[in-house]
Design a binder for this molecule. Sequence first.
Ligand SMILES: NC(=O)c1ccc[n+]([C@@H]2O[C@H](COP(=O)([O-])OP(=O)(O)OC[C@H]3O[C@@H](n4cnc5c(N)ncnc54)[C@H](O)[C@@H]3O)[C@@H](O)[C@H]2O)c1
Ligand SMILES: [Zn+2]
Ligand SMILES: [Zn+2]
Length: 360
Amino acid sequence: MAQQVRGVVARSKGEPVSVETIVVPDPGPGEALVKVQTCGVCHTDLHYREGGINDEFPFLLGHEAAGTVESVGEGVTEVEPGDFVILNWRAVCGQCRACARGRPWYCFDTHNAAAPMTLADGTELSPALGIGAFAEKTLVAAGQCTKVRSVRPEAAGLLGCGIMAGIGAAINTGNVGRGDSVAVIGCGGVGNAAVLGARLAGASKIIAVDIDDRKLTQAGKLGATHTVNGNNEDAVEAVRKLTGGFGADVAIDAVGRPETWQQAFYARDHAGTVVLVGVPTPDMRLDMPMIDFFSRGGSLKSSWYGDCLPSRDFPMLVELYRQGRLDLDSFVSETIALDEVEAAFDKMHHGDVLRSVVVL
Ligand SMILES: NC(=O)c1ccc[n+]([C@@H]2O[C@H](COP(=O)([O-])OP(=O)(O)OC[C@H]3O[C@@H](n4cnc5c(N)ncnc54)[C@H](O)[C@@H]3O)[C@@H](O)[C@H]2O)c1
Ligand SMILES: [Zn+2]
Ligand SMILES: [Zn+2]
């Protein structure tokens, strides 16, 4: 029988979010009903609320979550009731052209639940990234549940989006290796996770760039060897100066604006790699001399979800966290209740937090 729970809804563009009654259907074939324990507030939730992703309002926000499986539908073998899981937005199909070529992190047909969650009046909700976890319970495709060892959910859930995206931007997309120099532009949750990823991969120089000193202090704690405040000095010049005049081997834009992408582009060494992990809005444009693309060589990449494969990466990162080798706890700036998401957007906007985490 469908259940009624509370969830955070963005009804229209730019309007404050509200806590509403959500109707969650029973899991159908291949689906799982998850009792959400925690869900981090990601900048992408704010992009949704501002209409920057698409216009499919109303949205059920939240997508960085950990919880336990309450029930499963027909034919589900991956998880069973009671399992501790991190929710993912990349339940790969195994059959599309990307999966068939052995590159499932580019899967073109990822799975979500078929039956819609609705408002009490029957209005269909669009769950953020096919998850919708600022809610006491949510319905997902079983493949969106990645079973991991039981650890602190506030920390583990962050691997479900931003922290995985940042770590993966460095280790998967950027392919950072031992001894590399890495510049990370924008050190919010995602950028600081890229700092952590670069450290994990053995980078010898990690230059964190932000316009907020508080973020740079955190970057230093997470492994940045140098910090640059882009308000006080030219970020490109500063990165070059710190890398013998050449630029970094890998430059990661974790803001997602034309000006920060160009900083990453020019702060990169010849034949180096630029990784865009911040999400631009549809109106943004780049205008650059094309000869600069040509003459500098290297590769320009974007990183959706850190090119992660949840089934491969989540259990591995949870294990490193358990061993004290991956500091996820530092990203949990505060824990909040469901009705404090709007206030958390405000804190994010003002740079007060890396992650506010809703605890249910
Ligand atoms: N690619 C993905 O799969 C993926 C996943 C999650 C989030 N994201 C995106 O990553 C971006 C960052 O997300 P977040 O949650 O870390 O956001 P956040 O708001 O916590 O962090 C953004 C950071 O950028 C800094 N910043 C802003 N303008 C800057 C500038 N001109 N120069 C240097 N620093 C600047 C801010 O001070 C802040 O520290 C967002 O666009 C988000 O949508 C992408
Ligand atoms: Zn596929
Ligand atoms: Zn996110």
